[in-house]
Design a protein around this ligand. Structure first.
Ligand code: HEC
Length: 123
């Protein structure tokens, strides 16, 4: 079999590969969050207030309201040690698991992951 490609075919192949690379880049950029230190009270708790406290109120089980959420989650579901591998934390796996994944947007998931990678600060 002759697998030698003509110059023109190489050109089309190159264009096609460039197209694939470009598509991937666009998808990635849509979910990127600013590279700054996150604040638990300003960036993370509002996600819980908006997406979690309806099912996790003070009255039963896990309480994600602002007075208690940090102590409820750290260290039971996420610890400083998880900063080395945020995706391995109980909290990350829970919010990305099938029962919880639809509750948060990609950006919200990324924020929580980043907060974990920053050492779960209570700031
Ligand atoms: C529609 C209701 C609902 C919402 C909204 C919800 N959860 Fe849950 N969550 C549950 C239920 C039910 C369980 C227990 C069963 C399970 O583990 O899926 C649970 C369990 C958990 C657990 C494990 C602790 C436990 O009690 O077993 C964590 C951690 C958790 N949720 C975090 C969150 C976070 C963070 C959010 C917001 C992003 C959230 N949940 C939003 C219903 C909800």
């Amino acid at each position: 079999m002759n697998i030698k490609l003509s110059r023109q075919k190489w050109y089309y192949l190159l264009l096609f590969l460039l197209f694939l690379v470009a598509c991937e880049k666009v998808e990635y950029e849509q979910v990127v969050i600013p590279d700054t230190d996150l604040s638990y009270s300003l960036d993370i708790q509002p996600i819980f207030d908006d997406k979690c406290t309806s099912c996790h109120p003070p009255t039963k089980g896990l309480d994600l309201n602002e007075q208690n959420s940090y102590d409820e989650l750290v260290p039971a579901y996420v610890t400083v040690a998880d900063s080395a591998n945020p995706k391995g934390s109980q909290l990350y796996m829970k919010i990305n698991g099938s029962s919880h994944s639809p509750r948060t947007t990609d950006i919200e998931k990324q924020k929580i992951e980043k907060w974990i990678s920053q050492g779960v600060p209570n700031n």
